[in-house]
Design a protein around this ligand. Structure first.
Ligand SMILES: Nc1ncnc2c1ncn2[C@@H]1O[C@H](COP(=O)(O)OP(=O)(O)OP(=O)(O)O)[C@@H](O)[C@H]1O
Length: 270
């Protein structure tokens, strides 16, 4: 068997969880070959996007099938997987490990090795940490305790610490959800540059998803569509529009606007 050494490959992947009525599949029959530099993952709440991201990151048990990430068997060799994958979680507060911003980035940089497999010198580490902090507009916050960061600052730190590890695959789960417009642009541009890494971007931000090369639409734990981002995102957006239209056509109890085409749209109602 030839091994795919770039990109992400899944074959028949299945993830399960224990539900009140027994085992349920959170993901099933997932076959994907993701080789584009930037791949968006879209889908409704609870469809399985984060589960897919976590399966690729080796953070959930894949009970059946194969997952290969840049040549690494993600199901059986999680230690090797750690060297090629960096993941930014939807909840950045859970991500910082060290007491201060600088130390958190430093921890990642210290794990790097030079081309000969040697540890980096102290001078090198300090220079790379300073560059990473500057790139993510965190220099002024370098000595701040991680626990004192605002949620948007914590999201930027999470991104900075992951990027500083120079992973071949960056998995970002809603990386801009907590950011103001300026920082959303900065982080989005950095991610979409996909400079030296492949990006797997889980997002509800369809503008961001469209800016990727390819997209995967996850629906009820299965891949509903995969292909060029503009096509997949357009299909998903049309599905959402239809779902909203169908819902607003059904009168809800105590809601006089429901079902009235001249009334408030579903989005406009609280
Ligand atoms: N450990 C678990 N045990 C049981 N069910 C789980 C578990 N983890 C996730 N789920 C369920 O699996 C489904 C998919 O969850 P997932 O977080 O992957 O969705 P998502 O597409 O990322 O959603 P969102 O857009 O809301 O973040 C959801 O119904 C969720 O409740």
């Amino acid at each position: 068997m030839t091994e795919q050494t770039t990109g992400v490959r899944l074959r028949g992947a299945r993830v399960e969880a224990d539900g009140p009525e027994g085992v349920v599949a959170l993901l099933q029959d997932v076959d994907l070959d993701l080789t584009a530099p930037r791949v968006a993952v879209v889908g409704e709440n609870g469809s399985g996007k984060s589960t897919l991201a976590r399966a690729v990151a080796g953070l959930v048990d894949v009970v059946a099938g194969e997952v290969t990430v840049h040549g690494v068997d993600a199901v059986r060799d999680v230690k090797a997987l750690r060297r090629v994958v960096g993941m930014v979680f939807a909840n950045p507060a859970a991500q910082a490990i060290m007491p201060t911003v600088r130390e958190d980035v430093e921890l990642t940089v210290k794990s790097l090795r030079d081309d000969d497999g040697r540890r980096l010198s102290k001078v090198d580490v300090a220079a790379r940490v300073a560059a990473a902090l500057a790139e993510h507009r965190l220099t002024e916050l370098a000595e701040r305790p991680c626990l004192a960061l605002s949620s948007g600052q914590a999201q930027r730190l999470a991104m900075c610490s992951v990027m500083a590890g120079r992973p071949r695959l960056v998995i970002a789960d809603e990386p801009t959800s907590l950011l103001d417009g300026r920082h959303r642009r900065i982080i989005a541009d950095r991610l979409l540059a996909a400079d030296g890494f492949q990006l797997l971007l889980v997002t509800h931000d369809l503008e961001l998803a469209r800016a990727c090369d390819d997209a995967v639409w996850v629906h009820e734990g299965r891949v509903r569509a995969v292909g060029p981002a503009s096509e997949v995102v357009d299909a998903y957006a049309a599905f959402l529009d239809e779902a909203v239209a169908a819902e607003s056509a059904v009168p809800a109890a105590g809601d006089p606007a429901a079902g009235n085409p001249a009334g408030a749209s579903a989005e406009a109602r609280p």
